[in-house]
Every structure is written in structure tokens, then in C-alpha cells.
Design a protein around this ligand. Structure first.
Ligand code: GLN
Length: 271
């Protein structure tokens, strides 16, 4: 079968996915070890039987709801490919808002930075690569996730320190910048029954106190772990901006403000 025909067929097979065409392209790229540009350049190339069989088997799993990132083993974040497994959250484009904000802060060239609950390492590794002078630490409670982060750092050429543990507990000294995309979804949120989140670690998604428990813990710990004039940058749910700003103000943070994500929703608050 030709590439263009296989993609057409796959797209209609994946009709249930909101991104059927893209899903089909990414899965075929994975099977062929090629880029999307290559696919569009050679629509008439024939797939051999083995390639077709592997593509069909990935399509069947995608039809079953498995995230494309789990099927290909990677997801692009801030222009770089990050490995992901069932032990890590799949990086979201909305989190790039947090990166833009962090890179815009008035920080020293050798700033000490920590990414709490790093997962695949997408946030901390991106910061380490964009600002090679920053000394970046990655923390996660999950040793399996930290292993994925370590592999990503190695493959992408980032120098980072990986520390297992809960939020700031394993960290010595003070930081100029603390960043985190912690779990912030409420346990009974319907959103947890739809799409990719069904296959992602609960521990990376769900938090108590209407999703605010981990955000509150981090804010409380951060006030003692920042240098004077240091920054805390937190991703949160689109309806949590006001609550997070209040928690920051209560903990003594100044210059508190919330930024919106690509969809125009409250997503990241800093102080
Ligand atoms: N933004 C993700 C979602 O809604 C959740 C990320 C998180 O809990 N930190 O699917």
C-alpha cells in the first residue's frame, strides 16, 4: 500500500481521536523512522508487509485509547523530543507557557534552579538547555520517572542533578527559581475518564483539597528555600488561579501574577 493511501485509511480508522490525521502521521513516522516532512515528500512510496503490519498494530492500540506518546515512546516539548513512559506525565504544549515565563525572569547567569515533580524532565531539562549557565536540579518521588528524566538529559545533552524525594525535602541550600507542574486535578474530575490521562500515572495528575494540596505544600516549603528575591513558578488548573494567588500572598510572596496558556486559560502563576 502507498503511504498516502495508508494515511487516509488510518485517519478514518482513528475518527474517534480529536487529532486523527496527526496521530496517523506520527505513528507512521515511528514505524518508518522518518519525519513528517519525509512522509509528505514521498506519498507514493510503497509500504512493505512488515511496515504495514506494524502500522496496523499501532493503529489498533491507538483505537483502544493508548496515547500516541506511549506508542512512539516520545513527545515533542519546546522543539525537542522527550522520551516518555507510563511512569511519566506526557508533556503538554500548555506547559511551554511556564518555560517562556521562566526564561523572561531577571535571573543571574548561574542561577540555581529546581524542577519539582519533574516526570520526563521536560521543564528542567528545557531550562538547562536554554540557559546553559543555570544549575538545574530535577526532583521526583518516582525513581522510575527520574530514570526517564536522566535518560532525556543524557540524550539531549543537558547537565542536571537528579534527586529522588518529595518536593523540596531532598534539596540543600536555597534556589533562585523553583518551578513545578505538580498534580492539580480533583479526584472526581470527569476529565480523568477521557483521552490520554487514563493511561498516565494518577500520582502525576490527582491531588487532594480540590486539587490544591500539592500546590499548597510546595508554596509553603518554597518560602524557606528561595533566596531573597527568588521566584516560584507553578502550573495549575484553569480554575485555580485565584486560589494559588491567595496561597502565595498568604505565604508572603510579592509580585504575584497569573499567565494564560495557549487556549487563553489561567495556567501558570508566579511570585
Ligand atoms: N494539564 C494536564 C491535564 O489537564 C494535567 C497536568 C497536571 O496535573 N499537572 O490533562
Amino acid at each position: 500500500m502507498r503511504i498516502d493511501a495508508a494515511l487516509r485509511q488510518a485517519r478514518s480508522r482513528l475518527e474517534g481521536s480529536p487529532s486523527a490525521a496527526l496521530d496517523a502521521q506520527l505513528l507512521l513516522c515511528h514505524v518508518l523512522g522518518q519525519t513528517r516532512t519525509w512522509l509528505f515528500t514521498w506519498p507514493e512510496r510503497e509500504l512493505n508487509a512488515d511496515q504495514l503490519a506494524r502500522f496496523q498494530s499501532l493503529l489498533a492500540r491507538r483505537e483502544n485509547g493508548e496515547p500516541v506518546a506511549h506508542l512512539t515512546g516520545e513527545r515533542e516539548f519546546f522543539g525537542r523530543p522527550f522520551r516518555v513512559t507510563a511512569d511519566t506525565l506526557i508533556p503538554r504544549p500548555d506547559t511551554e507557557t511556564l518555560i517562556d515565563l521562566a526564561l523572561g525572569l531577571p535571573l543571574a547567569e548561574d542561577a540555581r534552579v529546581v524542577d519539582l515533580g519533574t516526570g520526563s524532565g521536560a521543564i528542567g531539562i528545557t531550562l538547562a538547555l536554554e540557559q546553559p549557565g543555570w544549575q538545574v536540579t530535577l526532583v521526583d518521588l518516582s525513581e522510575a520517572a527520574l530514570q526517564v528524566a536522566q535518560t532525556n538529559a543524557h540524550e539531549l545533552g543537558a547537565t542536571v542533578i537528579c534527586q529522588p524525594g518529595s518536593w523540596l525535602a531532598p534539596c540543600e541550600g536555597r534556589f533562585d527559581l523553583i518551578v513545578s507542574n505538580p498534580p492539580y486535578i480533583e479526584d472526581n474530575d470527569r476529565h480523568l475518564q477521557e483521552g490520554d490521562v487514563r493511561f498516565e500515572p494518577r500520582s502525576a495528575l490527582v491531588a487532594g483539597q480540590q486539587g490544591l494540596a500539592d500546590l499548597a505544600t510546595i508554596i509553603q516549603q518554597a518560602s524557606d528555600k528561595l533566596v531573597d528575591g527568588g521566584w516560584l513558578l507553578l502550573e495549575h488548573g484553569f480554575e485555580q488561579g485565584e486560589a494559588v494567588r491567595a496561597l502565595l500572598a498568604d505565604a508572603g510572596f510579592g509580585q504575584v501574577r497569573t499567565e494564560t496558556d495557549l487556549g487563553g486559560n489561567d495556567r501558570v502563576t508566579l511570585g
